[in-house]
Ligand binder design. Structure first.
Ligand code: AMP
Ligand code: MG
Length: 481
């Protein structure tokens, strides 16, 4: 039997919360699995002793590691604003909770490991396309310093999987401190599993939030969620499926599906093809997160007085606003706080929206702007023409910059470390997918590197930092993954 490195150990703490919350499952390996890529987490997790073949066999459930597990968890949730009843890990299996010598905790879950009791109408499988997207985006978000689930490895298989067309199977191994979602609490509350709910609350608090009260934990969850939303808005990330079962109790970005990064600055942009009511549009995300938090708070009604829950929830808006304003200022290189800064920023966004300006490209260009010298934005104007709205805005910006005390070089440097040059646009993901479909890993490797260093210059990849070519712009992605 395979083993973890010395001083690393498997725990089974989730299993011990309540039998209501998980089932032991029998994974289905994918056929002729190939290990396409392994990240540096292999080392952090104490899996170094495993050869690539052993790691592949473990992640494909063909071999066991001493102390591992095969469980899927039960949760529920609100999907697209409607109570969806019981859900659960329909194709994800937690194969182990690893505790490192530094007492860090990592849960490893393989997504695409076959049917579970929660698969409902699904086939328990994942395809290469969606797995590569999750793989890349997890690392992209991490590179952008945004809390996210991480990835350990990507496997491809030879099984035929039926989506809109026939695709090949894959497994993505993801890593997080815990898989607990708002939906786990919703399951216990709505199905009146009060004993399990109490245990889940205590477990979450003690294991992940330390020696604090339940109220303090909830406040921290509200804070983390608000900050996460501010970060998403800042980089133009649209999640696409912000159902309560896709909300992490740790405030992480989780469950990458039909996500997208803003290309044209369309503030009501909807990246998910199936989101007909635009519920999860870019500019709706902060309020949706609050709605989701409210669903979570309700589950605590037996534990915390109603007025206190309301007060905790009311903390969300100021927390989001404070964080978002801070990020907006950073985005345009402002250090001092001035009353009109937000108006200045929002006015810019509106112009960018009217003119269909590429979000990431513009802010990166602005990071080289010199006061009263619009010609320093030459590349931008070459693309979009001498737009009077932007020229006018730059005049206001000049006035505002005069109040600042840091010098221009320093401002440029700071803006470049806050405005990524590269984000994971859908057409880039597609190029990588096409490569992985051929079982090649070169592009995946290159893009993992670039997306892990999105604020740096990568001269041979310059073209990917330019506005998205028209034929690839604003693609919507379907939910079926
Ligand atoms: P998602 O939209 O990916 O967050 O999935 C919503 C629910 O559907 C979760 O309970 C998933 O586990 C389940 N699900 C999604 N795709 C599949 C699939 N191919 N097979 C089984 N269950 C799935
Ligand atoms: Mg999900």
């Amino acid at each position: 039997m395979l083993e973890l490195k010395k001083d690393y150990e498997f725990k089974h703490s989730f299993r011990h919360i309540s039998p209501e919350l998980f089932v032991d499952v029998d994974p289905t390996p994918i056929t002729s699995a190939k290990l396409i890529y392994t990240t540096e987490l292999k080392k952090d997790l104490g899996l170094e002793l495993l050869t690539d073949d052993e790691l592949r066999n473990w992640l494909n459930s063909e071999e066991r590691l001493e102390g591992d597990q095969h469980i899927s968890t039960r949760y529920a949730g609100h999907q697209f604003g409607v109570w969806a009843g019981q859900l659960g890990d329909g194709r994800a299996i937690s194969i182990g909770e690893i505790c490192t010598p530094n007492k860090e905790r990592f849960e490893i879950q393989t997504k695409g490991s076959g049917l579970t009791p929660f698969s409902r109408m699904g086939d328990g499988k994942a395809v290469i396309r969606s797995s590569v997207r999750e793989f890349l985006c997890s690392e992209a978000m991490h590179g952008l310093n945004i809390p996210t689930t991480r990835v350990l490895a990507l496997l491809t298989g030879q099984d035929k999987v039926y989506r809109e067309k026939i695709e090949r199977s894959a497994i993505v191994a993801r890593v997080f401190p815990t898989n607990i979602r708002f939906g786990h609490f919703e399951y216990c509350f709505h199905f009146q599993k009060s004993e399990a709910l109490k245990k889940l609350i205590n477990y979450t608090r003690e294991t992940f939030y330390g020696a604090i009260s339940t109220q303090e934990m909830l406040k921290e969850i509200v804070k983390r969620t608000a900050r996460l939303m501010a970060h998403w808005q800042d980089v133009g990330f649209c999640h696409g499926v912000m159902n309560t079962d896709n909300m992490s109790i740790m405030g992480l970005t989780i469950d990458y599906g039909p996500f997208g990064f803003l290309e044209d600055t369309i503030l009501n942009y909807v990246c998910n093809h199936s989101d007909h009511n635009a519920r999860y549009a870019y500019n709706q995300q902060p309020s949706v997160a609050m709605w989701n938090l409210e669903r979570l708070m309700i589950c605590f009604i037996e534990e915390v007085p109603k007025e206190e829950l309301e007060a905790i929830l009311n903390f969300y808006v100021p927390c989001f606003e404070e964080e978002y304003l801070k990020l907006c200022r950073k985005k345009i290189g402002l250090k001092l706080d001035q009353d009109d800064d937000y108006v200045l920023f929002i006015t810019l966004l509106k112009y960018m929206g009217t003119l269909n300006i590429d979000y990431t490209f513009f802010f990166r260009q602005l990071a080289s702007y010199e006061v009263a010298r619009p010609e320093t934005m030459k590349t931008f104007f070459d693309y979009y023409g001498q737009r009077s709205e932007i020229l006018g805005w730059l005049k206001h910006y000049d006035e505002r910059l005069k109040l600042e005390t840091i010098d221009q070089r320093e401002r440029h440097k700071q803006m470049k470390s806050n405005n990524p040059k590269y984000v994971l646009k859908n057409y880039i993901a597609q190029e990588v997918i096409d490569d992985v479909e051929k079982d090649q890993s070169q592009k995946l490797k290159e893009w993992i590197f670039i997306l892990s260093h999105p604020f740096d210059e990568h001269p041979t990849f310059e073209k990917y930092s330019l506005p998205t070519p028209a034929e690839f712009k604003n693609i919507q992605v379907s939910c079926s993954s």
